[in-house]
Write a protein that binds this ligand. Structure first.
Ligand code: NAD
Ligand code: UD1
Length: 337
């Protein structure tokens, strides 16, 4: 049996495919390469000595999906394909809803037709909206995400809940990621943002290597220990292991299961800079700017439900996350390009 990985050429997807191939699983990747390079999959092949079947296509395209389900014996789907840039989602809401919500609808319809009803969805801590009390537990109500990207994730969660409510044969995991960072320990695959990075760690890393001048810190007047924003950074390889555990668990369950994937530990922007400086052995200059619209002071998980139900716990600490980021950055100063 094969696993279909949508968005499998992207940052998290390529690490997932690498791990699945290492385990001897057969993998079909569907990716339209809108935010990825085929080179990532070539490197995964070189790392694992095995090859995923790659289909360049769009998850919104029913005929492509039907072809995949007709020609490969797929029994589960990991759905990473989606657009993820918050600022872009504010400028192009229809594109984001069409891609992220529309893409999931066509995927689920094709899955239902093919009789495949096991799905792991890449959700985000953004669905909790503005939470006052940390840490965030899965039992807390979802909030109102501040942008179309976040709302598209929440909408997909609702669609998948409705689907499971009406048909108990479905088994769906909603994995709410906190802040994935880091790269494969080989330095061969990693995050390759196009243009100026939106997220903190890729930005710091590009400052350290000299591609960006100085890091803008978005606010130092938050009610946190040093005034800068606090987040729960998680190594991408821990995240991948969380998916493996979730896949095993939902194979024995039905309905919707929700798990936070985080470490339970928050770090401030200044703490991230200090650790990066230590790891890279060079300074990371920064300037203090006004707060970024939609940002919250702090966001970190209670990951204990995943530990209890999945037997999974993030193992890699902050230093390892940043060592692996830096190895990838220095070995690939222009990313896959
Ligand atoms: P990414 O952009 O690197 O990967 C997404 C992949 O999906 C890309 O390879 C892209 O080409 C592909 N894709 C997009 N739309 C597609 C479509 N219509 N058809 C086929 N392929 C399509 O992003 P990532 O960081 O690897 O994130 C993977 C998933 O996890 C996304 O759904 C994202 O929203 C979610 N997520 C990411 C983060 C994060 O910080 N990276 C946090 C929370 C949730
Ligand atoms: C962002 C997205 C969120 C998404 C998540 C993971 C926003 C408003 N939210 O969250 O929807 O799920 O990424 O992809 O974009 N920071 C700086 N300077 C920078 C970049 C970031 O100071 O150049 C700060 C931020 O203010 C924040 C922290 O660093 O305090 C982390 O930022 P980021 O990496 O963008 O992640 P999130 O804000 O958690």
């Amino acid at each position: 049996m094969s696993i279909l990985v949508t968005g499998g050429a992207g940052y998290i997807g390529s690490h997932m495919v690498c791990s699945l191939l290492e385990q001897g699983r057969d993998v079909v990747v569907l990716d339209n390469l809108v935010n990825a390079s085929y080179a990532a999959l070539e490197r995964v092949q070189a790392l694992t000595g095995r090859c995923a079947i790659f289909i360049k296509g769009d998850v919104r395209d029913r005929s492509t999906l039907e072809h995949i389900f007709d020609s490969h014996s797929v029994n589960e789907v990991l759905h990473f394909a989606g657009l993820k840039a918050v600022g872009e989602s504010i400028e192009q809401p229809l594109r984001y809803y069409d891609n992220n919500v529309g893409g999931t609808l066509s995927l689920c319809k094709a899955m239902a037709t093919a009789g495949v009803r096991r799905l792991v969805f890449s959700s985000s801590a953004t669905v909790y909206g503005h939470v006052e009390r940390m840490p965030i537990k899965e039992t807390m109500p979802t909030g109102r995400p501040t942008n179309p990207y976040g709302r598209s994730k929440l909408m997909v969660e609702e669609v998948l809940r409705d689907l499971c409510r009406t048909d108990p044969r479905w088994s769906v995991a909603l994995l709410r990621y906190f802040n994935p960072v880091g790269a494969h320990e080989s330095g061969r695959i990693g995050e390759d943002p196009s243009g100026i990075p939106n997220n903190l760690v890729p930005f710091i890393s590009q400052v350290a290597i000299g591609k960006c001048g100085a890091l803008p810190i978005f606010g130092n007047d938050y009610p946190t220990r040093d005034g800068t924003g606090v987040r729960d950074y998680i190594h991408v390889l821990d995240l991948v292991e969380g998916h493996l555990a979730a896949m095993e668990t939902i194979a024995r369950r039905s309905g919707v299961s929700i798990w936070n994937l985080g470490t339970g530990q928050g770090y401030s922007v200044l703490e991230m800079i200090r650790m990066f400086e230590k790891v890279a052995g060079r300074p990371v200059p920064y300037t203090i700017q006004r707060r970024r619209d939609g940002d919250i002071a702090e966001c970190w998980s209670d990951p204990s439900l995943a530990e209890r139900e999945l037997g999974w716990k993030a193992r890699r600490g902050l230093e390892e996350m940043l060592v692996d980021t830096w190895r990838w950055q220095t070995a690939n100063p222009r990313g896959y390009g």
